[in-house]
Write a protein that binds this ligand. Structure first.
Ligand SMILES: NC(=O)c1ccc[n+]([C@@H]2O[C@H](COP(=O)([O-])OP(=O)(O)OC[C@H]3O[C@@H](n4cnc5c(N)ncnc54)[C@H](O)[C@@H]3O)[C@@H](O)[C@H]2O)c1
Ligand SMILES: O=C(O)[C@H](O)CO
Length: 321
């Protein structure tokens, strides 16, 4: 009997084709809808490997039902949806998709920063809604990006690549990270700062940490109060690093100027969420890595990891607890 792989979302047939001779492969048949929990539990019970999405909760219950389960291959670099400790205890490997999405996500993050600062979404809607009467001196005037100070919180692969983009805009670069990044200091002139220094000195604060117990709620009432009133906050990491109620209060009380969000506490965010009613909020539907090229590479990396593990070899990009 061929080993069984279950993929929790519909992926392009031609991408999956590389494994279908060697393995029995099934996919959830919807592209835009997560597999229901009861179906996922049934599949986990039978599967040798699961290819999962960040919207699937791979918790202890799910890991416990897997009788033959050897691998969870997550289609994301972030793996906060997986109980990695419980997987390790059960001898189930976990893989993610680092590096292949770094440039694409950094491009989107910097694009979100530009869009928020220069009010691009508001301006585009203004034209389409027929509101444009005449050129006027302060029509939809935003904030400059060039020569300002950017503070990157979470200077990992993506954070450092965003800092490279910032260097091209002649920005001063501050960063906060678990460890110092000597190469970024040398090449980009990036300056290591405490979290508090980042908050008080930056014009743009960009969050790119993973979601962990330590980073959950990192951006809260206290942190927003320490930012400049003109500060623009960008989050492209995970929604739960931000307390959205506190963010809303900070925006309506004028404690910060604007925010660009690619990720939310609850995804999808509801269209009537208070944050989405504010003009100085630019909201995107978690599309950091969403270019066709990069998403395809991420899929191939997951499939390669699955093939390696089911052939008794080491995966290319294991997550270590
Ligand atoms: N919006 C998107 O579509 C999208 C796409 C890719 C990644 N992400 C998110 O971005 C995160 C980062 O990805 P990456 O590839 O750069 O990962 P990475 O592991 O290379 O970088 C993460 C960095 O965060 C730092 N960090 C961890 N805890 C910290 C803390 N408490 N304070 C300061 N720094 C801390 C680490 O030292 C590390 O340098 C992912 O975990 C994921 O959640 C989002
Ligand atoms: O963690 C990730 O990789 C993203 O959120 C999706 O690419």
């Amino acid at each position: 009997m061929k080993p069984y792989i279950f993929i929790t979302r519909k992926l392009p047939e031609q991408v999956v084709a590389r494994l279908t001779e060697k393995y029995e492969v099934k996919m959830w048949d919807k592209e835009d809808e997560a597999v229901p929990r009861d179906r996922l539990l049934l599949e986990a019970k039978k599967a040798d490997a699961l290819l999962t999405m960040l919207s699937d909760s791979i918790d202890e219950e799910l890991l416990s039902v897997g009788e033959k389960l050897k691998l969870i291959a997550n289609l994301a670099v972030g793996y906060d949806n997986i109980n990695v400790k419980a997987a390790a205890e059960k001898g189930i490997l976990v893989t993610n998709t680092p590096d292949v999405l770094t440039d694409t996500t950094a491009d989107l993050t910097f694009g979100l920063l530009l869009a928020t600062a220069r009010r691009l979404v508001e301006a585009a809607e203004f034209v389409k809604e027929g509101k444009w009467q005449s050129w006027s001196p302060l029509l939809l005037a935003g904030h400059d990006v060039h020569h300002k100070t950017i503070g990157v919180v979470g200077m990992g692969s993506i954070g450092e690549t965003v800092a490279k983009r910032a260097k091209g805009f002649d920005m001063n670069i501050l960063y906060h990270n678990r460890s110092r990044k000597p190469k970024a200091e040398e090449d980009l002139g990036a300056v290591y700062c405490s979290f508090e220094e980042i908050l008080s000195q930056s014009d743009f604060i960009v969050c790119l940490t993973p979601l962990t117990n330590e980073t959950k709620n990192l951006f809260n009432q206290e942190s927003f109060k320490k930012m400049k009133k003109s500060a623009i906050f960008i989050n492209a990491s995970r929604g739960a690093v931000v307390n959205e109620k506190d963010l809303y209060e900070a925006l309506i009380n004028g404690e910060i100027a604007a925010v660009g969000l690619d990720v939310f506490e609850k995804e999808p965010i509801s269209a009537n969420h208070p944050l989405l009613q504010l003009p100085n909020v630019v909201a995107l539907p978690h599309i950091g890595s969403a270019s066709i090229e990069t998403r395809t590479e991420m899929m191939h990396l997951c499939l390669e990891n699955i093939d390696l593990v089911l052939s008794g070899k080491k995966p290319k990009t294991p997550v270590t607890h």
